[in-house]
Design a protein around this ligand. Structure first.
Ligand code: URC
Length: 314
């Protein structure tokens, strides 16, 4: 059998899913940062694939150690800041490494409530969303994508769906009062350094942002808009959420959502002679799958779409 002539295509490597927990002590009061950090490096790495020469390889084991050492030496103020420091280090300190991509999931903890106040060093995992960040550095530009996933929300009214195409396969009944529920996955891109909302398209994220404040404000704006939008479709709600986030956060250029429609169907109780109408407080079947999947990007006017379509769940 002849071996075909081949060439190496895109490649990257690094240690994935480094689970880092950093405790910061402030007297008796402790703070916790709980991250899952994945490193992907690329650069002048053809030879390790072609001949097995490891001369340009920074071992994945070293990338793992670097993550833990940086957590200790620099601390973890925010996922974004930590990722930027790591990405810069790998590219700037190791010649053959040209690009670093750091992906971070953050699991949030809150203090356990005690009678006398918040516990100083006891935490309960927050059951809500997972915070995400991706930092990409190519030796010149830093691009920061922040995000979240698993933020499940539900409106028990103020949602309709009607007026859609009907063909011979359509069975869905028009609905003028339905439950609207989704699990929000979103990724948003920070604009260029020092010019919030002004320039667009360079892809370099401001590195002096207050990442934690920005994240909290984006999440709250999403929740507020979901709650306050009278919805004619999940698509309309999604667009409103994106539009309101960009309207309130000048540091952002672009946001992309992935929102499964978590269908709630009214249970058919007619066979038992029981009416089951929304207006009287209905009983619903929470369907698991299949689910409608609504995905879209919302951009500031004039901004370039730089978040890849498959990036909504970092
Ligand atoms: O908000 C919705 N958008 C759709 O596109 C759709 N399609 C569907 O069957 N139900 C819904 N709901």
């Amino acid at each position: 059998m002849t071996v075909p002539t081949t060439i190496l295509g895109q490649n990257q490597y690094g240690k994935a899913e480094n689970r880092v927990v950093k405790i910061t002590r402030d007297g008796a009061t402790h703070h916790i940062k709980d991250l899952n950090v994945s490193v992907a490096l690329s650069g002048d790495l053809d030879e390790v694939h072609y001949s097995g020469s490891n001369a340009n390889v920074l071992p994945t084991d070293t990338t793992k150690n670097t993550v833990f050492a940086f957590a200790k030496e620099q601390g973890v103020e925010s996922a974004e800041e930590f990722g930027i420091a790591l990405a810069r280090h790998f590219v700037d300190a190791t010649e053959p490494i040209r690009t670093a991509r750091i992906r971070i999931e953050e699991y949030e903890w809150e203090r356990i409530d005690l009678d006398g106040g918040a516990a100083p060093h006891s935490f309960v995992r927050r059951g809500q969303e997972i915070r995400t960040a991706q930092i990409r550095y190519d030796g010149t530009d830093v691009q920061v994508l922040s995000g979240l996933k698993g933020l499940t929300v539900l409106n028990s009214t103020d949602s309709e769906f009607w007026g859609y195409i009907k063909d011979r396969y359509t069975t869905l009944k028009e609905d003028y009062d339905r439950i609207l529920a989704t699990e929000v996955g979103a990724v948003w891109r920070h604009g260029p350094a020092g010019s919030p909302g002004a320039e667009s398209g360079s892809g370099s994220g401001s590195t002096d942002t207050d990442w934690n404040a920005s994240y909290g404000a984006v999440k709250q704006q999403m929740l507020r808009t979901f709650a306050e939008t009278y919805s004619l479709s999940l698509q309309q709600t999604l667009y409103q959420m994106g539009s309101q986030v960009l309207g309130h956060r000048p540091e952002l250029e672009e946001i992309r959502f992935s929102m499964p429609n978590k269908h709630h169907f009214k249970a058919d109780l007619a066979p038992f002679g029981i009416a089951n109408e929304a207006a009287d407080g209905a009983v619903y079947i929470a369907a698991d799958r299949p689910y409608g999947l609504i995905e879209a990007t919302v951009l500031r006017e004039g901004a370039e779409a730089l978040i890849p379509p498959d990036m909504t769940n970092l």
